[in-house]
Write a protein that binds this ligand. Sequence first.
Ligand code: HEC
Ligand code: HEC
Ligand code: HEC
Ligand code: HEC
Ligand code: HEC
Ligand code: HEC
Ligand code: HEC
Ligand code: HEC
Ligand code: HEC
Length: 423
Amino acid sequence: MQAYKYTHPLLISIILVLVGNSTRLPAQEIQSTCIECHGLLEDEMKAPVDSFANDVHNRPGLGCVGCHGGDNTSDDMLESMSEAKGFIGTPGALAIPELCSKCHADPSYMKTFNPGLPTDQYSKYLTSVHGQKNEEGDTMVAHCSSCHSAHGIRPARNPLSSVYDKNISATCASCHNDSSYMAPYDIPTDQVEDYRKSVHGAALLEDDDLGAPACNDCHGNHGAIPPDAESIDKVCGLCHNNNMVDFEKSTHADYFSVLESPACETCHSNHLIEAPGTEMLSGEEPVCGQCHFEDDGTGALEAAKLMASRIDSLENAIAEAEGRLEEADQKGLFVNNGLFVLKDARQRAFKARTAVHTFQADSVVNMTAAGFEQVAEARNIARELLDNYVFRRKGLAISVVVLLILAVAIWVKVKRIESRQKH
Ligand code: HEC
Ligand code: HEC
Ligand code: HEC
Ligand code: HEC
Ligand code: HEC
Ligand code: HEC
Ligand code: HEC
Ligand code: HEC
Ligand code: HEC
């Protein structure tokens, strides 16, 4: 009698006849007895219908039967959900990837609905740690519905989708941030917290910078494997191309590879990436100090200090010149030429920070040298503007004094003439 647990099917059929299609269900695009009947049930038997109103599969030709099978034209519960009509019941974690992929891995079928949609999700999934463990019978790892949901599936570009850029970290967090859920596994559960505190997390989640990476930009959408030491620079290089190119051309690309030190991660970490600064080169614990020590014969720490001091001095010089230009601006002087030159200098400072990744102090020194020249030019412009201003001010003051003396002299003269006439 298991199937009768909720409501007697005969009763439901009677209700269906009585209320017809006027039951107040969420707007559905398709006519289906699955939806009609489940809409009258309760809790987890009704929930799929409520969520399905906005599901991308809620359209003719797909619908409930697309995944569950069965007959969506029969009012009869047993017939509608009969094995004879292909009904599969509730698919379990191990069956879901193949279930979704019977359509999603079939290019000729998918083309008839949405020709632009890739059909490689399943093959990539099988290469991921999730997919491999799922294949081995592990029901805890993520399967298609863990990330996409089962009945509220939306296109990835939809801001309400569970895999939309800004929502993805919360989706991964449902397992990876849950230390009791992840207890059977030997991996940390700090990725999400760390990511949220990082420059990337802040940029995406707080500043709406959709260019900043979410979990899937580094791990792939479906091929969730941690990048290995050899390929991390390629992952970061997707967005930080210049850093990657400098690093790969440097002698250190080979050194890192021999030492099996992951490229960018060795200095920047993977999830808790912070805004870098020169303290990474000359602070208490310079990043170079992971492999180098004072007087190790490579000159590394000396090179690091030199790079830091050049970058710092250039940035201080820029700030100082900017202050002078601001002073001139407040006096109403035309400072645009100066600001323009400073912009170039700032660009140089920026490039000098990137040039750190050549590991050559020379390239940082050369990059800053041009910047210092531009700062000098900007300072000259500011000085000339301010000198001219003082000169003009002095001129004005002198003429005012002369005019005043003249005015007083005339007044005295007039008074004298007046008093003479009175007498
Ligand atoms: C006339 C009512 C009725 C119709 C029509 C109907 N269902 Fe059901 N369905 C039920 C009831 C009642 C249950 C709960 C039965 C139980 O507890 O075993 C159920 C259970 C289910 C389950 C969970 C079953 C399991 O074995 O885990 C799924 C999945 C399901 N229905 C999908 C569908 C789909 C898809 C259709 C359309 C092809 C459909 N249903 C049509 C009433 C209906
Ligand atoms: C894209 C595939 C897909 C479609 C379409 C779909 N389902 Fe499901 N359904 C699933 C999966 C996967 C599960 C099991 C996932 C889970 O554990 O939530 C499931 C579970 C269920 C369950 C069992 C819920 C429970 O908590 O025991 C019911 C009932 C159900 N679906 C009904 C429906 C109905 C009714 C429709 C149409 C409105 C529908 N499904 C459309 C994939 C689908
Ligand atoms: C670990 C989470 C995760 C799992 C597991 C997962 N997906 Fe995805 N899926 C994503 C993300 C993230 C995106 C893309 C978001 C974007 O484009 O920004 C995506 C995108 C998609 C798309 C849109 C087209 C595309 O490839 O970009 C489809 C279709 C899709 N997934 C189907 C599946 C299927 C089928 C499975 C199971 C074989 C699956 N997904 C498993 C996270 C996942
Ligand atoms: C019966 C075939 C079929 C099954 C089974 C199926 N899908 Fe789909 N799915 C489609 C079609 C067709 C589309 C495209 C609809 C459109 O774009 O109008 C789609 C669209 C999607 C999208 C939106 C892609 C995008 O970004 O535009 C996602 C995500 C998705 N399906 C995930 C799943 C998941 C997860 C499962 C399994 C739980 C699943 N699908 C099962 C046929 C299916
Ligand atoms: C349903 C829970 C669940 C969800 C959701 C999930 N994962 Fe996982 N993930 C796991 C489990 C369990 C493992 C297996 C851990 C192991 O074996 O070390 C795993 C493994 C991984 C690994 C490999 C770790 C290793 O080296 O062993 C990566 C990377 C990963 N997940 C990333 C992601 C990302 C990114 C997302 C979101 C897009 C995500 N996961 C969503 C449960 C989940
Ligand atoms: C900027 C790129 C980047 C982003 C964004 C990112 N990861 Fe990672 N992740 C990595 C790298 C690189 C590793 C590899 C660490 C190693 O092998 O040294 C890694 C490793 C992992 C692992 C394996 C276990 C571990 O901690 O070493 C898991 C699980 C994981 N990431 C999940 C996530 C989740 C969940 C998110 C989103 C909250 C995320 N990652 C965001 C780059 C990234
Ligand atoms: C999908 C593109 C993308 C990927 C992949 C990516 N980043 Fe970023 N990264 C950004 C964006 C965008 C910012 C700017 C955030 C901001 O400061 O507003 C940023 C900022 C940074 C910063 C801070 C820069 C500064 O001047 O403050 C560092 C350091 C950084 N990323 C390192 C990495 C490393 C290391 C990796 C690989 C493990 C990586 N990024 C992967 C896009 C990306
Ligand atoms: C992961 C380890 C590692 C890190 C981190 C590292 N180096 Fe090196 N570096 C090496 C190795 C290995 C050598 C070769 C030593 C030798 O030849 O004896 C080297 C050599 C050098 C040399 C000598 C010239 C050359 O290219 O062979 C300089 C200069 C140098 N490093 C600068 C730096 C600076 C600056 C930093 C920090 C920004 C740094 N290194 C960080 C491993 C590292
Ligand atoms: C040996 C340590 C080290 C390695 C390896 C390293 N970086 Fe850096 N990175 C630094 C230091 C030090 C700075 C800070 C320079 C400054 O601000 O003065 C920095 C700054 C940055 C910046 C901000 C400045 C800019 O160029 O926009 C980004 C982005 C960045 N690194 C990305 C990467 C990427 C991507 C990789 C891998 C290809 C990488 N880094 C490898 C040490 C390293």
